[in-house]
Design a protein around this ligand. Structure first.
Ligand SMILES: [Zn+2]
Length: 351
């Protein structure tokens, strides 16, 4: 049987460092966007960065419009699409943390307009991935949108975000430790496509963050760069794979389940980090090392620190395998009952 075509859509410009926002006009020009842009931001992120971006581009005589969104629902995506249809900007610029980037990415993809990612936090790998997570769609997880044509990560801005966001980003990267194992498992047992290049890139990002855990601390630009570059590499690994497979396995299913069970859940990457401890245990991998690394980063390692009920953690573990039936992971192989889930959570001291 002939092999299928494999398309990779990758970012063209990636800029990481202190004060990179100032270079938006230059990047924009290099990409051929000299006429018009539409900025998607939240009210806070607009004040923080969005208005600077607007001014910088207006100084270049570009026509720049702004549209503020406060959530990431299917309705928000549609509202932005309407704006894009009327204004016909050359590029959509998403300025913000998770939600704004997700809305900007998906709406621009639908309208076939390029998208520039300007993250204000380092809380998850969506800042560079080709996928968007939007509420109100049929699926509780990310769907394919488009890869950003450029990513402009200003450490000066990102370092000002509360520490929890950074912890969440670290957890999301460390999650690749088990996500990649799940992918390999699906390949071996279900003959699923597996890309060694994408898998290695995701796994290497997790290893780099773990090795540099001491360095990643407030006010350490060097540490933030390690994390931001790891998040971007994870995003690129998804572009190479053409799906979220290298970056989202059983530990993400656990996090998705916890989101469904309790409205008072913790941040995405915080939950994925705790999920990674338990899934690493299932793989008989070095789960204690994962836990120690998360502790070093002051990230949650148990139900109490996630501020969720112990019972909900066990329930989420039991429910995780049903979250995405097409995504084969260690959970499908083990087929855990309630008692087994409780044992796993207790042994790894998550409950
Ligand atoms: Zn994630």
């Amino acid at each position: 049987m002939p092999l299928k075509h494999h398309r990779m859509q990758l970012p063209r410009e990636v800029l990481v460092g202190n004060g990179t926002i100032e270079r938006i006009p230059e990047i924009s020009r290099r990409l051929g966007f000299t006429e018009s842009a539409l900025i998607i931001a939240g009210s806070k992120t607009y004040d923080l960065v969005g208005k600077t971006v607007k001014k910088l581009l207006e100084d270049e005589e570009m026509e720049v419009n702004t549209f503020l969104v406060e959530s990431a629902t299917a309705k928000d995506v549609m509202a932005v699409e309407e704006k894009v249809k009327t204004l016909k900007p050359q590029v959509v610029i998403g300025v913000g943390g998770g939600t704004k980037i997700d809305v900007a990415k998906l709406s621009s993809a639908h309208q076939e307009v390029p998208f520039i990612s300007v993250p204000t936090t380092a809380s998850h790998d969506g800042i560079a991935s080709p996928l968007s997570s939007v509420k109100g769609l049929e699926k509780p997880f990310s769907i394919m949108a488009q890869a950003p044509i450029a990513i402009i990560a200003d450490t000066n801005v990102i370092m000002q975000a509360p520490w929890r966001f950074t912890i969440s980003g670290c957890g999301d990267v460390i999650a690749k430790y088990t996500a990649v194992r799940d992918w390999k498992l699906a390949h071996e047992e279900k003959n699923e496509y597996y890309g060694g290049y994408a898998a290695s890139l995701a796994l290497m990002s997790a290893k780099l963050v773990m090795q540099n855990a001491e360095l990643i601390k407030p006010k350490s630009e060097e540490g933030f760069r390690v994390l931001i570059e790891a998040l971007i590499s994870c995003g690129v690994s998804m572009s190479i794979a053409g799906s979220s497979r290298p970056c989202s396995g059983s530990e993400h299913l656990f996090s998705h389940a916890l989101d469904m069970i309790t409205p008072k859940h913790a941040m995405h990457g915080e939950q994925c980090g705790v999920g990674t401890i338990m899934m690493a245990y299932l793989y008989r991998a070095n789960w204690k090392h994962i836990r120690e690394t998360l502790k070093k980063l002051r990230a949650p390692t148990n139900a109490y620190e996630l501020c969720v009920e112990k019972e909900d953690v066990v329930k989420a573990l039991e429910m995780a395998a049903t979250m995405r039936p097409e995504r084969y992971t260690i959970l499908n192989r083990q087929k855990l009952d309630h008692e087994a889930c409780e044992k796993i959570a207790k042994t790894t001291e998550v409950v």
